[in-house]
Write a protein that binds this ligand. Structure first.
Ligand SMILES: [Zn+2]
Length: 101
């Protein structure tokens, strides 16, 4: 009934924050109410905030598998969120323009 309950359903698979989509093991990222991106680790470590509908910077409204965005970063810890299919292009993950051929 409440938004928080729905949010909990999004966040939880069993007792743990989903790190990889099931089935298939694809890397998962979370989307907050203000359109931010969070990695599963930050969601896990800030779980109460992610369940708080008044905390728009944290409140998680959805998640998805990162299929092929090699430059997807967590807005909180800036760690790169793995992609399912684009890993070969990311030998230099911080550089989005320079490619050495
Ligand atoms: Zn993070």
């Amino acid at each position: 009934m409440s938004v928080a309950k729905k949010n909990n359903a999004i966040l939880l698979t069993g007792a743990e924050v989903t790190r990889f989509a099931w089935p298939g093991g694809y890397p998962v990222f979370y989307v907050t109410h203000d359109s931010g991106v969070l990695c599963p680790k930050c969601v896990s470590e800030n779980f109460d905030q992610c369940c708080d509908p008044d905390d728009h910077g944290w409140f998680v409204i959805g998640h998805d598998a990162n299929w092929k965005n090699p430059h997807l970063y967590c807005d909180h810890c800036n760690s790169r969120i793995e992609s399912a299919y684009a890993e070969e292009e990311t030998s230099c993950p911080r550089s989005t323009t320079a490619k050495k051929w």
